[in-house]
Design a protein around this ligand. Structure first.
Ligand SMILES: Cc1ncc(COP(=O)(O)O)c(C=O)c1O
Length: 425
């Protein structure tokens, strides 16, 4: 069943049944909050797939990883740090060697040693990784991440296929990679394609076709195919979800044709990041100044692009709502620009790709009211920085009627941790 189009309200007093005023009373602003019930709902949507592998880069807090693990989801890790996060969240590769897959285009030295220590399966995005893995751990089985020669993304920066992308093994190099795998005692058991974030069904059928062609070149050693990530979620009023039944059917048909050729079953994986966590996340900020600059009215917040970078990185659009501090509902609206506190003119949440400042029709608000950046759970907190000497904000999990702080607000000690002033001679 296709999921209905999304509608976004511009005023709210609650998130997932919790009063915004109560959340702010407990944790202050800015703060990220995640609605666990929404994550659970999104996991259930994907139950047709044999394996749901969470691309933790989207939101890697260990509490979120723990809850996903309890829901039967496994993880993708792109660095030694992400592998260790997964282990800290209870994933145990010694008991289940496929619960963490390492996916990258390069091994740094720490990543290769972590892969060796935990015996992780690797999804190789470069021919060099095959050689390096074969030398370090002869007899390894690997997945090849293929760049099919075309890509797709919600922005050029999230397009991960085609000749301009650094990701994956070029589709014409597969035969050479198989020769190299033989030479280095590595067995190719998986194929993976992730062409970018924001997949649609038209691109998907090209991806399936391309994966099938390459799978037939690899042959009967294959046991797994992965659809990668990229499942979109609506960020704007009226945007729809991909029809998951059709999405699954395209991949399942590809899998079945390959099973018929190989004469053995193939496991079908999906590797979403955004789809599982984006809609669960809200960044609550307080409006700290309201000012007019010529024809533009600005709402200036205590959160900036150091807290949520997607608008400045991609011109990404986030739905915005206002919660009045006194709980009133405002009938009047104004076209406003929403910005943050950073000493950077690009610190604007209502911007378009290319940095052009845009206005948004929002309820008339006052200093002290709360402004909520919505659908902020994916690529939100994980991209936060300490730019301008700002502390990274807390993360709060709303679950079964309770609020849990799953990451504390940073302090000045966190800000200067590891820094030293050398003696002057
Ligand atoms: C290899 C791989 N898998 C999965 C994902 C997750 O993508 P999304 O969050 O769009 O689902 C990414 C995102 O960059 C990726 O590079």
């Amino acid at each position: 069943m296709p999921i209905a189009a999304q509608t976004f309200e511009t005023q709210r007093s609650e998130i997932a049944g919790f009063k915004i005023a109560d959340i702010v009373k407990n944790y202050g602003t800015p703060a990220y909050v995640y609605d666990m019930a929404k994550i659970e709902e999104r996991v259930r949507d994907l139950s047709a797939f044999d394996v749901v592998r969470y691309a933790q880069k989207a939101c890697s807090n260990i509490a979120i990883l723990d809850r996903l693990r309890r829901l039967g989801v496994v993880v993708d890790a792109v660095s030694a740090g992400e592998v260790k996060r997964a282990i800290a969240a209870g994933f145990n590769p010694k008991a289940d060697p496929h619960c963490i897959v390492f996916t990258a285009d390069v091994f740094d030295h720490e990543a290769l040693s972590v892969v060796k220590e935990y015996g992780l399966h690797v999804n190789c995005g470069s021919p060099d990784m095959i050689q390096q893995l074969g030398k370090a751990i002869p007899g390894s089985s690997v997945t090849l991440r293929i760049n099919p020669g075309f890509g797709h993304g919600h922005s050029q920066k999230t397009n991960t296929g085609g000749p301009q992308s650094k990701h994956g093994i070029w589709h014409e190099d597969v035969v050479e990679c198989l020769r190299m795998a033989d030479l280095h005692n590595v067995i190719v058991t998986g194929l993976h394609m992730h062409i970018g974030s924001g997949t649609d069904l038209e691109h998907l059928s090209q991806v399936c076709e391309s994966l099938e062609k390459i799978a037939l070149q690899v042959g009967r050693t294959l046991t797994t195919i992965s659809a990668g990530g990229g499942l979109p979620v609506p960020y704007r009023q009226g945007q729809t979800y991909v029809d998951l039944d059709q999405y699954y059917s395209l991949w399942d048909a590809t899998r079945k044709r390959l099973e018929a050729s190989f004469g053995h079953p193939l496991s079908l994986e999906i590797e979403p990041g955004r789809y599982l966590v984006a809609e669960s996340g809200f960044l609550i900020a307080e409006i700290r100044a309201i000012k007019k600059m010529g024809e533009n009215m600005f709402y200036l917040l205590d959160a900036g692009f150091n807290d949520l970078a997607r608008p400045i990185l991609y011109g990404a659009y986030h739905p915005i709502s206002i919660a009045h501090r006194d709980g009133r509902i405002s009938k009047q609206t104004a076209d406003v620009v929403v910005g943050g506190p950073l000493c950077e003119s690009g610190d604007i949440f209502t911007q378009e790709e290319g940095g052009f400042v845009a206005k948004r029709e929002l309820p008339v608000a006052s200093v002290g009211d709360y402004l909520i950046l919505e659908v902020a759970g994916a690529y939100g907190f994980v991209m936060a920085s300490n730019y301008n000497g700002r502390y990274r904000v807390p993360e709060v999990l709303l679950e079964n009627g309770s609020m849990h702080c799953i990451r504390a607000r940073e302090t000045f000690d966190d800000l200067i941790r590891g820094e030293t002033i050398p003696p002057v001679h």
